[in-house]
Write a protein that binds this ligand. Structure first.
Ligand code: 4NP
Length: 163
């Protein structure tokens, strides 16, 4: 079975591409990568998107990439795209970085039939108590580092939840 995860933030250049790349990193480390499945036959595929159209086609923010390299030693890959209605059918679980993202995602699902697929990323944290991944865009280096810390915690919880 293939389990498809979609990480969503506002611009798809800071938080959600970090979540996607960190999750892929953990998947590689756990031996679930490169098309391999775990003992139960689970394979995980990750993608990310933004609720806005602001940065469509852009690579991850340089400040975010620098934080990912310094804290985790990974390079962020990706090209921003906007969340779309068909993502509800395409993905098994949609992870919103903050409550605004959560509400914006649900507003695309008028009937509410996909409500059960949408969760807040921090629901999967076990070491951090913050309920949202704060938007780092207009802040300093510490904000970007905090995003990486929160996402490592949440991605580890998410991996346990799925496998
Ligand atoms: P992200 O960060 O939602 O984590 O990708 C942001 C990126 C861009 C903007 C805001 C947040 N912006 O206002 O352009």
């Amino acid at each position: 079975m293939t389990y498809k995860l979609l990480f969503v933030c506002l611009g798809n250049i800071c938080r959600s591409p970090s979540a996607e790349n960190i999750m892929n990193h953990l998947i590689d480390q756990s031996g679930l990568g490169d098309g391999c499945a775990d003992a139960k036959g689970v394979r995980i595929i990750c993608d990310s998107a933004g609720t806005s159209s602001y940065h469509i086609g852009s690579p991850p923010d340089r400040r975010m990439s620098a934080a990912a390299v310094s804290k985790l030693g990974i390079k962020l890959r990706g090209q921003a795209r906007q969340f779309q209605k068909s993502d509800f059918q395409e993905f098994d679980l949609i992870l919103a970085m903050d409550r605004d993202n959560y509400e914006n995602i649900l507003s695309v699902d008028r009937s509410g039939q996909y409500h059960h697929k949408v969760r807040l990323m921090c629901d999967f944290c076990s070491r951090h108590t913050l309920k949202e991944v704060p938007d780092p865009y207009y802040g300093g280096t510490e904000g970007f580092n905090q995003v990486i810390d929160l996402l490592i915690d949440a991605c580890e919880g998410l991996l346990k939840h799925i496998s």
